[in-house]
Design a protein around this ligand. Structure first.
Ligand SMILES: [Zn+2]
Length: 151
């Protein structure tokens, strides 16, 4: 990963930049777990649409940096490994929830049909009993908990 820069939100040096095209860049910070992109600005149609579908906690956590980019908590969903999302009741009481994926067993596969695909079943499911909470600054620990990065 050579596209790492200083995060404009938390100041860590683990912000990954990806250039989608000459007008749009995406920013994903492994330090704080927040992300933004060139379209995440007040008044931008893309941003306004995002706002409509964001859960309340995500809205509360939105955060504007000096360049006017609005950062929001990331949601990670890797079907074969697990997921991570911001979870909590308020700004002062939230963290990263990490849940591990487990293989669907032969005897339970009927419970996990793939909609619209007759006779096909998911091979992995999210096991909510593995849910573990991590504080905001430990986003990277949450990633390693689900195996998305090496320990
Ligand atoms: Zn950051």
């Amino acid at each position: 990963m050579d596209n790492l820069i200083i995060c404009a939100r938390c100041g860590s040096d683990a912000c990954y930049v990806d250039e989608v095209n000459q007008d749009i860049k995406t920013y994903f910070c492994y330090g704080c777990g927040f992300q933004t992109n060139s379209l995440m600005k007040e008044g931008d149609v893309f941003f306004e649409r995002q706002l409509e579908i964001l859960p309340e906690l995500y809205k509360d956590l939105l955060n504007k940096d000096d360049d006017g980019h609005i950062w929001m908590p990331s949601t990670v969903n890797i079907p074969t490994q697990g997921m991570i999302f911001a979870n909590g009741s308020s700004l002062s009481d939230w963290g990263w929830a990490a849940v591990k994926a487990v293989p669907v067993l032969e005897e339970e596969k009927e419970k996990y049909p793939i909609l619209g695909k007759e006779g096909q079943y998911y091979e992995w499911r999210m096991d909510m009993t593995t849910l573990q909470m991590f504080p905001e600054r430990d986003f990277i620990e949450a990633l390693s908990y689900i195996g998305a990065i090496p320990e």
